[in-house]
Design a protein around this ligand. Structure first.
Ligand code: HEM
Length: 454
C-alpha cells in the first residue's frame, strides 16, 4: 500500500513528482534511508524529479549535464541562499554557507593554507597523529572503526590547521560534534521546524553543543594571540585584512571559519576512511593489493605527500569508497528567479537537491554501479577531485565552490592507509550489519572491528 502511494506520479507536472503520504509526503522514507530512497526513485523516474516533503518539497537534480550548468556554467546564479539555514546556528557565515563577494573574499584568504605545496608540509604531522592513534589499538584488540577515524581526523585538523591540541577537552568536544551532527541529520527532512529557542531537550543539547565548540575554538584563538605565529590556517585568518578597508577579519567571521574547518574537515574525512574499511573488510583482495603497493614503495617509513602520485591502487580504493558512500551525500542550491532546467520550469527559490550519492550510482555512467570495484579508477576514470567539467564524479562538489579541503582529505586518507599497512588491518566483525547513518554527513554504524595482523 505504502509503496503504491509513494511511487504515484503527478502526470500534470512535466517533472515527475513523488508525493508519498498525504500531509507528510516522503518524510518517512527520507528519514529512514534517504540515500536509498532517492536512488530508487532516480532509477524509476530518471535523474530529475520532485519529492514532496510536508507542505514543501525538493527538486532532485542528479544528471551530470544539469549539474554542470548549476555548479559550473551558471554557478553565480545558483546560490546556497536559505537552503543551508539549518546549520547556520553552528557555522554562521562560514565558507560552505556563503555566496557572492563575501564568499570570494573569504575563499581567497583561506586558499593558500589549502594549496598542495602547503599541505605537503603538513603530511609529517598527519603521519605523526596516525602513529599515535594506532598505538591505542594494538593487534588483537577490537575497536569501533568510525570512532577510531573520527578521533584521528579530529586530531589531524587541530594539529595541522591550528597547530594546537585539544587533549583536555576531547570527550566533551566529541560529544558536542556528534550532537550537532545528529541534530542536523534528524532535522534536515523533518516537516515541522521547531524554533531553536523552544525549551525542548533536543534544542537544549544542540545549543549546549555549540557553546562547547565555541569555547574550545575561542581558547585556541586566545592561546595563539598570546603566543607565537605558526604559519598555519589560523595565522592566515588572524592576519587577513580587507584589501579595500585594511580592516582585520571581524571576530564573528573568524569564529565561523574556524568552526567550519573544524567541523567540515574531520567528520567527512573520518567517514571516507570508515567506508573504505567497511568495503575492504568484504574485499580483502583489495586490502592486500593496497598494502603490497604501499610496502613496495615505503617498507619502513611513513608516507609523505610526494608518495601520493605513486600509489594508484591506494588512491583508487579511496576514490571508490567516496563514489559508493560520498560523505557529503547531498547539498543544495537555489535560484532567486524562476528558470528552466532541460526546458522544464523551475520556481524562484525552489530547493535544488544535488546528490553525489545518486549521481555516482547512475547506470549510464557507472557500469555495475553498486559494486565496490576500485579497478574502475585504474582503467580510465580520471582520479579527479572535482572542480572540472566532468560531473559524474563529484564527492567534493564541483565548480568554484569545490571543497577547499579535497587534497587535504585525500592526503590524510593515503597517509592513514600507509600507517595501517605497516601496523594492522581493520576487519569489521559483521560487515552485513553495517548500516548507513544520516547525520550531517553519511556515516556508518555497527563498525566494530578486530585489529588483525596482516
Ligand atoms: C572526504 C572528505 C570531504 C568531503 C567528501 C567533502 C565534501 C565537500 C563538498 C561536496 C563540498 C561542496 C559543497 C557545496 O558545493 O555546497 C565541500 C565544500 C567545502 N569543504 Fe569539504 N569535504 C571533505 C573534506 C574537507 C576538509 C578536510 C576540509 C577542511 C579542512 C573541508 C572544508 C570545506 C569547505 C570550507 C567547503 C566550502 C568551500 C566553498 O564553498 O568555497 N572539507 N566539501
Amino acid at each position: 500500500m505504502l509503496v503504491g502511494m509513494l511511487t504515484a506520479i503527478d502526470v500534470r507536472s512535466k517533472i515527475p513528482e513523488v508525493r508519498g503520504l498525504p500531509g507528510i509526503g516522503c518524510v518517512p522514507w527520507m528519514l529512514r534511508d534517504g540515500p536509498g530512497f532517492l536512488l530508487r526513485e532516480a532509477r524509476t523516474h530518471g535523474p530529475l524529479f520532485r519529492v514532496k516533503l510536508g507542505p514543501g518539497g525538493l527538486l532532485v537534480v542528479a544528471h551530470p549535464r544539469d549539474l554542470r550548468v548549476i555548479l559550473h556554467d551558471q554557478a553565480k546564479d545558483f546560490v546556497r541562499g536559505n537552503t543551508v539555514d539549518l546549520v547556520r546556528p553552528l557555522l554562521g557565515n562560514g565558507l560552505p554557507l556563503s555566496d557572492g563577494d563575501f564568499w570570494l573574499k573569504q575563499r581567497r584568504t583561506m586558499q593558500p593554507a589549502f594549496n598542495r605545496g602547503h599541505i605537503a608540509l603538513l603530511a609529517e604531522k598527519m603521519a605523526a597523529v596516525c602513529e599515535r592513534r594506532l598505538a591505542d589499538i594494538p593487534v588483537g584488540s577490537t575497536t569501533d572503526v568510525h570512532r577510531f577515524f573520527t578521533h584521528l581526523a579530529r586530531d589531524v585538523i587541530v594539529e595541522t590547521m591550528f597547530s594546537d591540541s585539544v587533549a583536555s577537552e576531547t570527550d566533551r568536544l566529541d560529544e558536542a560534534f556528534s550532537a550537532v551532527s545528529e541534530f542536523a541529520g534528524s532535522r534536515a527532512f523533518s516537516p515541522v521546524k521547531v524554533p531553536l529557542e523552544w525549551p525542548l531537550p533536543s534544542n537544549t543539547r544542540f545549543r549546549e553543543a555549540i557553546s562547547t565548540i565555541d569555547r574550545v575554538v575561542a581558547s585556541i584563538v586566545k592561546r595563539r594571540r598570546d603566543g607565537e605565529c605558526k604559519g598555519d590556517l589560523l595565522d592566515a585568518l588572524l592576519d587577513a585584512v580587507d584589501p579595500e578597508t585594511g580592516e582585520a577579519m571581524a571576530p564573528e567571521h573568524l569564529r565561523d571559519e574556524l568552526v567550519t574547518i573544524f567541523f567540515a574537515g574531520h567528520e567527512t574525512t573520518a567517514n571516507m576512511l570508515t567506508w573504505a574499511w567497511v568495503e575492504l573488510s568484504s574485499h580483502p583482495e583489495w586490502s592486500h593489493r593496497m598494502r603490497d603497493e604501499i610496502l613496495a614503495l615505503a617498507p619502513d617509513r611513513a608516507l609523505d605527500a610526494n608518495d601520493l602520485p605513486n600509489l594508484p591502487i591506494t588512491n583508487a580504493v579511496l576514490r571508490e569508497a567516496l563514489r559508493l558512500h560520498p560523505p557529503a551525500w547531498i547539498f543544495a542550491r537555489q535560484r532567486l528567479e524562476p528558470c528552466t532546467i532541460r526546458g522544464f520550469d523551475v520556481r524562484a527559490r525552489e530547493v535544488l537537491l544535488l546528490s553525489p550519492y545518486v549521481t555516482h550510482r547512475l547506470e549510464e555512467f557507472w557500469p555495475d554501479p553498486d559494486t565496490f570495484d576500485p579497478q574502475r579508477f585504474l582503467d580510465g576514470n580520471p582520479m579527479t577531485l572535482g572542480g572540472g567539467r566532468e560531473m559524474h564524479y563529484l564527492p567534493f562538489g564541483a565548480g568554484p565552490h569545490v571543497c577547499i579541503g579535497n587534497f587535504f582529505a585525500i592526503t590524510e586518507g593515503v597517509i592513514a592507509m600507509g600507517a595501517l599497512a605497516r601496523h594492522a588491518r581493520l576487519a569489521i566483525i559483521e560487515p552485513s550489519r553495517v548500516r548507513s547513518v544520516i547525520a550531517a554527513t553519511l556515516t556508518a554504524g555497527n563498525t566494530a572491528a578486530r585489529v588483525e595482523r596482516w
